[in-house]
Design a protein around this ligand. Sequence first.
Ligand SMILES: NC(=O)c1ccc[n+]([C@@H]2O[C@H](COP(=O)([O-])OP(=O)(O)OC[C@H]3O[C@@H](n4cnc5c(N)ncnc54)[C@H](OP(=O)(O)O)[C@@H]3O)[C@@H](O)[C@H]2O)c1
Length: 325
Amino acid sequence: MRALLTTGTPPAWTVTEIAPPAVAPDQVLVEVATAGLNRADLLMREGAYVPSSADWNVGPDRVVFEMAGRVRTVGDRVTGIVPGDCVMAQTGGACAELVAVDHRLLLPVPDLQDLVAAAGLPSALLTEYDALTGAARFRPGDRVLITGGAGGVGHIGVQLARALGAGTVIATTRSRAKAGLLRELGATRVIDTACEDIATALGPDAFDVCLDHLGGPVLAGLLGAAAPRARIVQIGRLAGAHVRLDLETLAARRIQLIGTTFRGREADELHALTARVREALPGLLRTHDVRPLVDSVLDLSEAERAGQLLDRPGLTGKVILRIGV
Ligand SMILES: NC(=O)c1ccc[n+]([C@@H]2O[C@H](COP(=O)([O-])OP(=O)(O)OC[C@H]3O[C@@H](n4cnc5c(N)ncnc54)[C@H](OP(=O)(O)O)[C@@H]3O)[C@@H](O)[C@H]2O)c1
């Protein structure tokens, strides 16, 4: 089968023939239609990200960790999934014609999604659902702020917050052109951080929960807009991994700053999170669409170019590789 591998010096992505995977009793063999790219794929290629979660069950030279496709065969211990089912998953080495996935990591492709867009959903959905309902202990009515709201992960957070019943959904972008899009996705207020500072624009006591995809000085500026007992979940560090924080404000408002990553997560935790999302998804989609925006779809043979698109300033939503089915 064809699979995308990291090879050579300097490292590059190449489509390579490798043996198809064996299917263990708890696994399902999926014919992959599409795979979704993430920034971590680029970091991994440079050796700056080493996946260590239990959903990465192939070598570090394999590429990409989310996909959508059709079930070809199921292992002896798998029930409730049959050949032909459309599924999606966060799983290691997802950019290949066939992947063997533990059935407890699978999510059904929602009726409204096609297989192309679905490949861009699992990672962002698991990240944002976990951050909101787990780390931030979100309750309906909470005011939610999402930094980097138009990004591949953040735009799912905006839709989820709306679907879960947030009181207000505030999203940040540096691009005036993306403000309309963020409102369409469910943001009730958009802050253009190219023109205004978050704390000045919002004033104090503006959010109960923040999903922060940026870190750096953006994170420092969030404290001034946080409500007493606000929860800030630190998800990504695109604006910087080091920052000076006003700990007086953090203490005075009893703000909780919570870090998160999938690295190091055990199988039980990943299975439990996937089960919670699987259970919640039909209800969420009944009231609101939670759909990945697709920026570009490229053929597997154009993987290198697809990777370059992730750094394009105007990127809006997900970059998808088409593989088969
Ligand atoms: N912790 C976890 O479990 C987890 C899981 C998935 C992803 N992540 C991380 O979350 C972050 C976001 O991922 P993503 O896929 O959404 O990235 P993305 O698609 O590149 O989007 C992030 C958005 O942030 C804005 N941005 C980028 N660089 C910025 C900067 N220097 N200052 C201010 N704004 C900036 C851009 O929006 P505008 O152009 O609209 O301003 C961009 O669209 C990444 O760091 C990723 O590695 C973490």
